[in-house]
Design a protein. Structure first.
Length: 303
């Protein structure tokens, strides 16, 4: 099934926009190029759908310059779903054989039976973001069957939590146990006050901020309770919070830029005096931890 009509309709505002959401895009920030703005990506998606450019790896590569963080949508006066539109364009690219990136690059993991908290990477979110919808649905249905014996689902990753709580139902995949984000569940338990020590900064994970079912503020309050002294605020916070580069299919397809996105956040925390950066998403923590030593700061996920 082609999504060309949907892509053309979804991009109708973008093609006339003077890149008013460019400031919000973390990919633009780390690549320092206007060729990867949301306008550029949406224009390419439209041109591919209209047949105005040749379908090729070189053209479809641009569709992957998106973390799916939703910052551009939040900044857009029309609330255009850029990530969702690019996902449809990537589905068409994959079906046409003009996606450079094979599905094996985005293969989800499977948790161990003894895992109380479901680790990052289980939901199939990366397969979905890369446009491999049928493979994503196969993984999602398998997950739903496997999880049916659990009393609840605790997700370490905000991206996985959002995928299961919002995208699974959109495809009529019924997940029966109640869903919770591990960091949010921890926020409802008695806090280990002060155990994180002083000089703690807090990164607001984009999927936690924008998940319909999540309480982002409770996770921030947990970080504050466990820190000694006030939290060190990053330059990017609240509605201006920026992506660490971990989400979508971005880290797999733009490794150097995903690294720069992480270092950008880590460096800001370190410059403001933090020795520890905490976040409510283990996927973010795992990604940033790879580069934390380069900056001289520690990273932890709240749980």
């Amino acid at each position: 099934m082609s999504h060309k009509k949907e892509v053309i309709d979804a991009t109708r505002h973008c093609i006339y926009c003077p890149t008013l959401c460019m400031h919000a895009c973390p990919v633009v920030a780390v690549e320092s190029s206007d060729t990867v703005t949301p306008w550029s990506k949406m224009s390419m998606a439209r041109w591919l759908a209209e047949g105005k450019v040749v379908g090729s790896f070189e053209h479809t590569d641009l569709l992957f310059k998106c973390t799916g963080c939703g910052a551009c949508q939040a900044a857009c006066v029309h609330q255009v779903d850029v990530a969702g539109t690019l996902q449809l364009a990537k589905v068409d690219a994959a079906n046409a054989g003009i996606s450079r990136h094979a599905p094996g690059l985005f293969k989800p993991i499977i948790e161990d039976d003894e895992d109380t908290v479901i680790p990052a990477g289980v939901s199939g979110a990366r397969l979905f973001a890369a446009g491999y919808t049928e493979m994503f649905l196969s993984a999602a249905r398998s997950n739903a069957r496997r999880w049916s014996v659990r009393s609840e689902l605790l997700f370490a990753s905000a991206e996985d939590f959002r995928t299961v709580s919002e995208i699974y139902p959109a495809y009529d995949i019924d997940v029966r146990p109640p869903l919770r984000l591990a960091a949010e569940a921890a926020a409802k338990q008695p806090a280990r006050e002060g155990d994180l020590g002083p000089n703690v900064a807090y990164h607001e994970a984009c999927h936690l901020l924008r998940a319909d079912a999540a309480d982002a503020e409770s996770v921030r309050q947990l970080a504050q309770k466990r820190a000694v002294g006030p939290l060190i605020e990053l330059h990017w916070r609240g509605e201006n919070a920026t992506c660490c580069g971990a989400s979508g299919a971005f880290a797999e397809t733009s490794e150097a830029s995903a690294r720069e996105a992480a270092i950008r956040l880590l460096g800001n925390a370190q410059e403001r005096g933090a020795t520890l950066l905490v976040t409510g998403c283990s996927g973010c923590a795992e990604h940033m931890s790879q580069y934390a030593a380069d900056v001289g700061i520690e990273v932890k996920a709240l749980s």
